[in-house]
Write a protein that binds this ligand. Structure first.
Ligand SMILES: *Cc1c(COP(=O)(O)O)cnc(C)c1O
Length: 423
């Protein structure tokens, strides 16, 4: 459930009419609902009730400072995957002991940053990384708390670009080699091995792969304990999917996901961490756009929007589906017609959807892409010299611009012309 509903025929973000925001910030823009973000966090928190747990919001889904600050206030932890994200987390008020650091390519500089600034744990993904981290920690006279990310070789049955738990993926170490790798980690003087990490992919709409992966993690935890490792923390990753297509999907609920966790690892007495990103932010955001033209083609009509693939790349990159709705509610029973919905970027790939049944729309009408709060703004670029679009956060009757639209001069002046080209 989210907080984007029609009131008197106008789509609202909580209690704010979306056209009011459009009038103030111009289109296109992203708008997020505080109440929805909070609700999603609490659903996970409740789902893990009874377990010693920390929700580590995967901030790569939406890393706006206001969103992070809201999450930090709720008591959330955060999962970061770069030095930039680490800095954002600190700037938003997350204490170091609520920050976990994931990713296959952490540099020594990033390790240093996190060790000095405070870190809950590094989720280490390879032996070379483990050795590098031990060295960096030693040079600082400290020990780095780590889990090792294991690859359980399960099929997450999701889009190939976001499946991470198969043997062929670049992530983690094969679970079959885990005992050896933990053995080496325990010998490294700069490391403190605290637990096990797993993350099998994103947009999972079935609990079975989680059940398989977490069962393997639980078995491994028992074996590692027998080997003498003090396994006291399990990071179970993120990946629970969201309903992008309201009419069709009903992915599992956080409470059902929580039951899988309790069933598989609940009796180990470990601290449990999860790293949801998409489920927290996805349905907490809309991308709002204006119809520039309705163009009649040979055999189809095109809805040409002022938003494009550079603003929301998921359809072009993953073939992703987003519900598209008019801001002014269509009258009940109105005839729908098929449209190809496209942006102005000079790429055929700048097509949000083909043959989508939509109510009548005209130039100047506003539309919204639903489920755009995760992997939307964070993946945007300025391709075609289209400045990054603003982000807005709603809270009840209030809204605030949380990232303003840059001016064209700001965009242009980030580049510099070398002296030898200046006449
Ligand atoms: C991307 C990612 C997540 C979040 O995945 P969602 O599908 O957004 O929940 C969590 N952990 C790691 C390590 C990731 O890379």
């Amino acid at each position: 459930m989210d907080h984007f509903l029609y009131q008197n025929g106008i789509l609202h973000a909580e209690d704010v009419p979306v056209p009011d925001i459009a009038a103030e910030v111009g289109t296109p823009f992203y708008v997020y609902s505080s109440a929805t973000l909070e609700r999603h966090y609490k659903l996970f928190d409740e789902a893990l009730e009874g377990l010693d747990h920390l929700i580590c919001y995967a901030m790569k889904a939406n890393s706006n400072q206001a969103v992070l600050s809201l999450m930090a206030r709720l008591g959330s932890g955060v999962d970061v995957v770069s030095g930039g994200e680490y800095r954002r987390a600190i700037a938003a008020g997350f204490p170091g002991d609520r920050i976990v650091f994931s990713g296959v390519g952490k540099t020594r500089a990033e390790m240093m940053l996190a060790l000095q600034g405070g870190i809950r744990q590094f989720n280490v993904e390879s032996e070379p990384e483990m050795r590098a981290l031990s060295g960096v920690a030693q040079s600082l006279g400290t020990r780095a708390p780590i889990t090792i990310r294991v690859n359980p070789d399960v099929d997450a049955k999701t889009h190939e670009k976001i499946a991470t738990g198969k043997a062929e993926n670049k992530f983690g170490i094969p679970i079959s080699r885990a005992r050896d790798v933990y053995g080496e980690a325990a010998m490294l003087p700069g490391l403190d091995v605290v637990g096990i990490d797993v993350h099998i992919g994103s947009q999972l709409t079935d609990l079975e792969p989680f059940e398989q992966a977490y069962t393997k993690v639980a078995d491994l935890a028992r074996i590692l304990r027998e080997d003498g490792h003090d396994i006291r923390r399990l990071d179970l990753g993120g990946g629970l999917g969201i309903p992008y297509e309201r009419s069709n999907d009903a992915p599992p609920l956080p409470v059902e996901y929580g039951e899988v966790i309790k069933r598989t690892v609940g009796d180990l007495g470990c601290e449990v961490e999860i790293e949801p990103g998409r489920l927290i932010a996805g349905n907490a955001g809309l991308l709002v756009s204006d119809v520039i033209y309705v163009k009649s083609g040979e055999d189809r009509d095109f809805l040409i929007l002022d938003a494009a693939m550079n603003d929301l790349i998921r359809p072009a990159m993953y073939g992703a589906y987003h519900d598209i709705v008019p801001i002014v509610e269509a009258p009940a029973g109105v005839a729908l017609t098929p449209f190809d919905v496209v942006g102005p970027v000079c790429e055929t790939g700048d097509t949000f959807t083909k043959g989508r049944s939509l109510p009548p729309l005209e130039a100047g009408d506003l539309v919204a892409f639903r489920s755009a709060g995760a992997y939307g703004a964070v993946m945007a670029s300025e391709y075609n010299s289209r400045p990054l679009i603003p982000e807005v956060l709603v809270h009840g009757h209030q809204f605030a611009v949380i990232r303003r639209r840059p001016t064209f001069d700001e965009m242009i002046n980030r580049d510099t012309i070398p002296e030898w080209l200046e006449s």
